[in-house]
Design a protein around this ligand. Structure first.
Ligand SMILES: [Zn+2]
Length: 488
């Protein structure tokens, strides 16, 4: 038994992206060995790449070969076991399903590397060295894991080499630039979910950048979170998310404060002076709109959506989309009840009523839902006395065995490397926009995104976004309050 105890969630993510059955997914995972080959004397970037690659791989693949002479390799094996106690560590893996880190050479493998602000993925051993930068190193690992995923599940061939500057999304800006000890100031860090986990993971490796993060999240870690929460090991289930994140940050130069609350709960305590920056990655549209309406000087946003990921930055007085523009009601994002209504073929009002009363679907509704999902009515019978919310979660998580037809109608759970890349990009935008030297050489576009992670990384990440008509950023009263507040 090597499949992770949180396999249901893995199925919820991979199954929904690829429309495979539970049995096919488990057998293809059981028959795949992923190799992580480490060269000797890994430098700091390479150690980060090796660690994050093992961290990501252990959340999906049940069989890993972690190979190398370094003492670090034993530690990497124990890391994999901490994430999935049932994981099988084997001796060998073929190059096509392997990632190589540092000076090691395996025919056909994927080689992530980093130098300064540039993340690279190549297909032959890279030149060693490179300025230390945990953000580019983490991004290189996530990009390599995404190519590995496409190789294994989509049978894709070797992809073009990548060289991506996280500063301007060209190929080499900041390659020779060191991180500085400059402060990013006070930051309200809202949401410590999968995207927030990855941002914190990368920042925890940054020993230079100073500042204060106030972490807000009201939840605790669940078993299914392990599928893509890179801060969480198996023994962390039921820990408080903000506390887990704070303990990860012990060795960084950033100070951390925590509050186990949502932004909406925390805001009335605003006897406090509002921090100039909000960095947000909550899983609901409303939280993001609230964050923008509170008019911080700067908002940084990280997100995943159906097969996509991205980050954005917003200064309210700038002539570009504010965060609320991206989440105008007609735009992306449906509420859970709207999604359930869509998934089960119910009217939205009916779904909302069932949701708040925690009532089950009626017999007729359950039969109709089975039809919409493309399964026999008997498949949904075990849920006949369960609340609609529970049925919906089980459908999303893959506990309801759906055929291909139903898969398109439910929310897609993001893949681990997808959430992680979104979190790294969010952390990078935070540093860039709070450190003037970096800001001056960074992309002016509001939004960066990768729109289909089942395809190779895009050539163009940058998306200019104008303001939306009818948004609060077009309102003169909001604008003057903002200008007065921040003297801009
Ligand atoms: Zn706006």
């Amino acid at each position: 038994m090597a499949l992770a105890p949180f396999f249901d969630r893995i199925y919820g993510a991979v199954g929904m992206h690829l429309s495979v059955s539970r049995e096919n997914l488990s057998s293809s995972l059981e028959s795949t060995v992923v190799g992580i080959h480490c060269g000797p004397n890994l430098n700091p970037n390479e150690r980060i790449i090796a660690e994050l690659t093992v961290n990501l791989a252990a959340r999906l693949y049940p069989k890993l070969a972690i190979i190398g002479q370094d003492v670090d390799v034993e530690w990497l094996k124990s890391l994999a076991l901490e994430i999935n106690p049932d994981i099988e560590i084997v001796a060998n893996a073929i190059g096509e399903t392997s990632i190589c880190v540092g000076s090691t050479n395996v025919e056909g493998a994927i080689y992530p590397s980093a130098s300064g602000w540039v993340a690279r993925v190549s297909h032959q051993p890279p030149l060693s060295g490179g300025i230390e930068n945990p953000y580019a190193a983490s991004a290189a690992s996530a990009l390599a894991c995404s190519e590995l995923f496409r190789r294994i599940f989509l049978h894709s061939k070797q992809e073009p080499d990548l060289s991506i500057s996280l500063l301007d999304f060209g190929s080499n800006a900041g390659e020779h630039l060191e991180l500085t000890t400059e402060s990013i100031g006070d930051v309200l860090f809202v949401g410590v979910g999968a995207v927030g986990n990855a941002a914190i993971w990368a920042m925890s490796k940054d020993e230079k950048t100073r500042g204060t993060l106030t972490l807000l999240d009201n939840e605790t870690v669940t078993l299914s979170n392990l599928q893509r929460y890179v801060l969480a090991a198996y023994s962390d289930v039921s820990k408080i998310k903000v506390e887990l994140a704070a303990s990860a940050m012990q060795h960084s130069a950033l100070s951390v404060l925590t509050s186990q609350s949502t932004l909406e709960e925390f805001t009335p305590l605003l006897g406090w002076v509002q921090p100039p920056t909000t960095c947000i990655s909550v899983d609901n549209v409303n939280g993001r709109r609230v964050a923008q309406a509170l008019l911080p000087k700067l908002v940084i946003n990280g997100w995943t959506g159906e097969g996509a990921l991205g980050a954005s930055w917003h200064e309210f007085s700038r002539n570009a989309a504010c965060l609320a523009c991206l989440y105008q009601p007609h735009g992306q994002g449906l509420s859970a009840t709207q999604q359930a209504a869509r998934a089960f073929g119910l009217l939205e009002e009916r779904a909302a009523t069932l949701w708040v009363t925690r009532a089950p679907l009626s017999n007729d509704e359950r039969k109709a839902a089975a039809k919409v999902l493309g399964v026999k009515p008997a498949v949904l019978k075990p849920w006949r006395n369960k609340p609609i919310g529970e049925l919906y979660t089980d459908v999303v998580c893959g506990a309801v065995p759906l055929d291909i037809g139903g898969a398109g109608r439910v929310e897609v759970v993001p893949l681990a490397h997808q959430s992680v890349l979104a979190g790294i990009l969010m952390a990078v935008e935070l540093l860039k926009r709070c450190q003037p030297e970096l800001a001056s050489i960074s992309q002016p576009e509001t939004l960066i995104s990768w729109d289909d992670i089942l395809r190779p990384a895009p050539k163009n990440w940058k998306k200019p976004r104008p303001r939306e008509n009818g948004c609060i950023c077009g309102d003169q009263v909001y604008q003057s309050v903002y200008r007065e507040k921040w003297l801009v």
